[in-house]
Design a protein around this ligand. Structure first.
Ligand code: UD1
Length: 426
């Protein structure tokens, strides 16, 4: 497994262009299966999760190429709606294919994506939404088989605003007969991006970004070319890295309005942030101030996907901060690793009490999941001495070569990959 070796203590400086959003690209790639023909998607980052999604699409008969940041899909040769279990287990987001494949083929076979490092991650809302639209769903062990000659519009209320369930139901409803409404829908920017993409192909979806989404079923879609939005979590990660290293960084190709809650928190710590169109400048030279209470909640509140990164900044702050995680039950795995680096953090149920220290120290730590891994990289950049981050494949799921990205800002960070004779080479 790859490792990152970081020489810490150097403020980040310079400018950087932010990659396209993984969490927008994944459902958009799945939604492309609703149409027959050639679909071109721009600003798709080169990531492990995107590779897995493209491999699944190829397995189903779709032709897929990923050159630079552009994905070209030819969906006319798609012949299967059976997602092999091994591929399904590689990535939870393969669940996004359930709605589109059911709508296109009238049947789909998937497997329970299972839990993951950050929590149980159920799919009951995805299934109940499709059932409400007339799908017959048979579950046998981990295999789930859904049938519906043509789905029918329905009024669907989500017990909680699940991002994935909102997207899956939206995609399934596009070709359904009649009107579907989703109430208590998730409001994340990636859901708006999915609406824009589907509407560019002729769908009639209104209301994404609010808690009620209406989908008027259409008979057919037409292929299009589309560019996904910039990644707000990668943007946020770099902003926090700039703040934690007390650097000065300019981020280009961002959507500042998608980061209002983070900008608010960072300003409370004393970090200077200026916004000009799609450019964000972050800078600070002083020790951050503690923040009494940050609670992760669905958008537009503070995102769970930035909780671990901001915790690193607060671990270095003057005073005691509290962070409460309300989305996933297992999302404090980075705390033990940060403690090895000298952080003083106590976890009680779903709250972390962070007593800031003046310095973190380099150590060997393990990325346990994607965002926890990003947090450890930030900690390594801010720490005194050398940090080794292991299990980097988790980070590769969501950051396009994080060492190259941060290296452009002056970070001293090198990747080492094992070779067959057990030597380690850069
Ligand atoms: C998406 C994001 C992920 C982010 C999360 C929350 C993608 C590819 N991933 O994940 O990065 O951390 O939103 O912002 O977009 N739940 C149920 N039943 C369901 C579905 C969800 O109980 O059927 C629960 C989950 O267990 C979790 C909560 O709802 O506790 C939120 O999950 P959800 O919004 O669905 O997250 P994802 O779509 O999986």
């Amino acid at each position: 497994m790859d490792k990152l070796v970081i020489e810490g203590g150097k403020p980040l400086s310079g400018s950087i262009v932010i990659q396209g959003a993984k969490n927008a690209a994944l459902p958009i790639l799945a939604a492309s299966m609703l149409v027959e023909g050639i679909v071109t998607i721009d600003q798709v980052p080169k990531l492990l999760d995107i590779d897995v999604m493209l491999n699944i699409l190829r397995e189903l008969g779709c032709r897929a190429e990923h050159e630079d940041e552009t994905v070209t899909l030819d969906t006319s040769s798609l012949h299967s709606s059976h997602i092999p279990e091994a591929l399904m287990r590689q990535m939870r987001s393969s669940i996004f294919l359930m709605g589109p494949l059911l709508a296109r083929f009238g049947e789909v076979t998937i497997y329970q994506p299972g839990g993951c490092a950050i929590g149980e991650r159920k799919i009951d809302l995805h299934l109940s939404g499709l059932r409400a639209m007339g799908a017959q769903i048979d579950e046998e062990d981990s295999r789930i088989v859904c049938y519906a000659k043509r789905l029918k519009g329905a009024e669907i209320h989500l017990d909680l605003p699940s991002v994935g369930a909102t997207e899956n139901i939206m995609m399934a409803a596009v070709l359904a007969e009649g009107l579907t409404t989703i109430s208590n829908a998730a409001r994340e920017p990636e859901i708006q991006d999915l609406q824009h993409f589907l509407n560019s192909m002729g769908a009639k979806i209104y209301g994404a970004g609010t808690d009620t989404i209406t989908i008027e079923g259409v008979e057919k879609l037409t292929p299009c070319r589309y560019q996904v939005i910039p990644d707000r979590i990668v943007t946020g990660t770099v902003m926090v890295a700039a703040a934690a290293t007390r650097g000065q960084v300019t981020l280009l190709n961002t959507c500042p309005s998608h980061l209002t809650s983070l900008i608010h928190v960072l300003r409370r710590t004393g970090v200077q942030i200026t916004v000009d169109g799609d450019i964000i400048k972050v800078g600070t030279a002083s020790r951050p101030k503690a923040v009494d209470r940050i609670v992760t909640s669905p958008y537009p509140a503070f995102p769970t996907d930035l909780q671990s990164q901001v915790m690193v900044l607060l671990a270095l702050a003057d005073g005691v901060s509290v962070m409460k995680e309300t989305i996933f039950e297992g999302r404090f795995k980075h705390v033990d690793e940060l403690s090895r680096m000298g952080a003083d953090i106590r976890v009680d149920l779903n709250s972390a009490f962070i007593r800031g220290v003046s310095r973190l120290y380099g150590a060997t730590v393990e990325a346990t999941d994607l965002r926890a891994g990003a947090a450890l990289v930030i900690a390594g950049l801010a720490a005194q001495g050398k940090t080794i981050v292991e299990q980097v494949h988790h980070i590769d799921r969501g950051y396009d070569r994080i060492e190259t990205m941060l290296g452009r800002l002056g970070a001293k960070i090198t990747r080492y990959s094992p070779v067959p004779n057990n030597q380690i080479v850069p």
